[in-house]
Write a new protein. Structure first.
Length: 277
């Protein structure tokens, strides 16, 4: 019986994908950070989880998750948009945030409850769930790593986990931020052999879903462009999460602004080789 269960878990992992809570990005999924440089401790909350997000037995991006506020701090990935269609709208949660277990895959809530016998209370206690976002008005499920920046159905599907989204102002998500994600990123990355991106959210002073989920005060993003293996330019953007307006900044200016907003120490997003000015 135990052997059969293990085979089922393995088969599910290979079919649906694995999303692992890890001790270190440096040793587990450093490929999403330029020169394996992990953003500084100035971004880190007290109770963080490092998640190497993967699907179909391959990593696709990395997320630093704030367990207490139930939102990601940031997601780091390589910008590589493709023509694949937006996938189904199933949403996943992270079993390893619930408790110590051997389930290394992102999974749907109903599957965890019916197949693996998790209780809904345990899932709710550990992270945001679909019901939280159904209660929100004027707010969207805003991706940190957007499916439009991925190049295949598998890549895109991996972005549909609740550990990769925040409550984002609907007008901003459908307006200026969407323009930045699709038009500005496309224009800025022309000629880049590789573009590394880190997109995150500054915790706000309000919560939704009966106080369970933090509403960020700001949404931000930074990118570093490589040509022939060398960083040639970098840029950043930030928006208040209650206005349909975005500010485009130099990387150094964005890092300074985030240092002031987080108030946890100096914020450094990329290796020093990425131009700040």
């Amino acid at each position: 019986m135990l052997g059969l269960l293990l085979l089922q878990v393995l088969a599910s992992c290979l079919w649906l994908g694995c999303s692992e809570v890890v001790k270190s990005f440096e040793t587990s999924c450093p490929q999403f950070f330029y020169a394996k440089y992990i953003p500084s401790e100035g971004l880190h909350p007290q109770n963080a989880a490092r998640i190497c997000q993967s699907f179909d037995d391959a990593y696709h991006y990395a997320t630093l998750y704030d367990r207490n506020r139930r939102i990601p701090v940031y997601s780091a990935y390589k910008y590589d948009p493709g023509s694949a269609k937006r996938p189904h709208k199933w949403w996943y949660v992270e079993p390893q945030l619930i408790s110590d277990n051997n389930l290394t895959e992102m999974e749907r809530e109903l599957v965890l409850i019916h197949q693996y016998k998790f209780t809904i209370d345990k899932i709710i206690a550990s992270q945001a769930v679909l019901e939280d976002y159904k209660q929100m008005t004027g707010l969207d499920r805003g991706h940190m790593c957007p499916n439009g920046h991925m190049n295949s159905k598998k890549n895109k599907t991996a972005t549909f986990t609740l550990t990769n989204i925040v409550p984002q102002d609907s007008a901003l998500n459908k307006g200026k931020w969407k323009t930045y994600e699709y038009k500005t990123m496309s224009n800025n990355s022309k000629g880049c052999a590789e573009t590394y991106v880190i997109t995150g959210a500054v915790p706000g002073n309000t919560k939704v879903a009966n106080g369970r989920v933090n509403v960020p005060s700001h949404i931000w993003s930074a990118a570093c462009c490589l040509v022939d293996g060398n960083p040639t330019r970098a840029w950043g953007a930030i928006a208040e999460n209650n206005k349909n307006r975005i500010y485009k900044l130099k990387l150094g200016d964005l890092e300074n602004r985030l240092t002031n907003l987080y108030k946890r120490g100096t914020v450094t997003l990329f290796d020093n080789a990425c131009p700040r000015q």
